[in-house]
Design a protein around this ligand. Structure first.
Ligand code: ASP
Length: 318
């Protein structure tokens, strides 16, 4: 079969590099990390790696995971500070330690021991964005009524057309080699202004990332708490296991989110790949895209995600 890569739209800066790893005979997980690393290094991307949006205190905290579908190996880091290479570090957790997930100080420590480059991840642009969001809402440093402030912040930034898409986001990569072996990976700075120490879906295997060569793979971006509560990536792969087509599996997993009460009414986006190599992208809101490239294509295609709305019948609870 042809080697192929499916990624969230912001993965476009890394998709060729990922495909090159596959076509040169490299492992699918190395292709995933090659793609993710280029996005993490890109300061234009305000939701991943260097230049990612910080938490409420102005600290950039990164989450990432990788998974190998042939034996379900996985590695993750969460709340990593001062190192941009979260995906590489997740791969190192998988390869070097008898663990799956490292958080905070432990993740920082391993990054130092592994010789990753220490770096200030906050760029002047994201620092300004963070300050703009806080203006007028950050009245009390003790975080009283944090949820109300968070909701105001999100309302403020998402209604500013210049800021839309910037403060939230994540990058997903799913790579399949010529033998049909699949690996998947996710990297993010998480939600802007998140409570310090908050961990999203991206480093949680089964929530934001899941992969099994026998059935396929899925990865998420969007409101991580939804994917954490419903194990969205794992659900998609499991639905394929039980015979649903990739389209049905993705639709079912997103539809399942409709019964979750969410005070922020966040969106959810998924990319998926079946074991046969069929890519799929879906989102709970319109206007979302993903990218796809397979061996033999001169460049990637930008494809529209299918819309599966989940909030029609639900009023905000805050
Ligand atoms: N899913 C990420 C998180 O919840 C953020 C995003 O994709 O917008 O941390």
């Amino acid at each position: 079969m042809r080697a192929r890569v499916v990624a969230s739209q912001n993965g476009s800066v890394g998709i060729q590099a990922a495909l090159d790893v596959l076509t040169l005979g490299g492992a699918a997980v190395d292709a995933v990390v090659a793609g993710l690393s280029l996005v993490e290094a890109n300061p234009e991307d305000r939701s991943v790696g260097y230049g990612g949006i910080p938490n409420f205190l102005g600290q950039v905290e990164l989450d990432a995971s990788v998974m190998i579908g042939s034996d379900l190996s996985a590695g993750s880091v969460a709340a990593l500070q001062h190192y941009q290479d979260a995906a590489k570090l997740a791969q190192m957790v998988m390869q070097e330690l008898p663990h799956v997930l490292l958080v905070g100080a432990g993740a920082n420590r391993l990054a130092g021991e592994m010789g990753l480059e220490e770096k200030n991840l906050l760029t002047p642009e994201t620092e300004q964005l963070w300050k703009d969001g806080l203006e007028g809402t950050y009245a009390n440093p003790e975080f009283t009524d944090y949820l109300t402030k968070m909701r105001t912040l999100i309302g403020t930034v998402t209604s500013d057309p210049q800021l839309v898409e910037r403060p939230y986001g994540t990058v997903n990569f799913i790579c399949q080699d010529e033998e049909g072996r699949i690996a998947s990976g996710v990297s993010t700075s998480g939600w802007g202004w998140k409570y310090p120490g908050r961990v999203g879906d991206s480093p949680i295997i089964g929530a934001g990332n899941y992969c099994d060569d026998r059935y396929g793979a899925a990865a998420c971006t969007g409101r991580g708490e939804l994917a954490q509560r419903a194990c969205t990536a794992h659900s998609i792969v499991t639905f394929m296991r039980f015979g649903l087509s990739i389209e049905e599996a993705v639709r079912q997993a997103l539809t399942d989110l409709a019964r979750l009460d969410d005070p922020l009414r966040g969106e959810m986006n998924v990319v998926a790949l079946s074991r046969e190599g069929e890519p799929w992208g879906a989102a709970t809101v319109p206007g979302r895209f993903y990218v796809y490239q397979e061996a033999g294509m001169a460049q990637h295609e930008v494809r529209q995600r299918v819309v599966v709305p989940i909030y029609e019948a639900q009023e905000p609870t805050m």
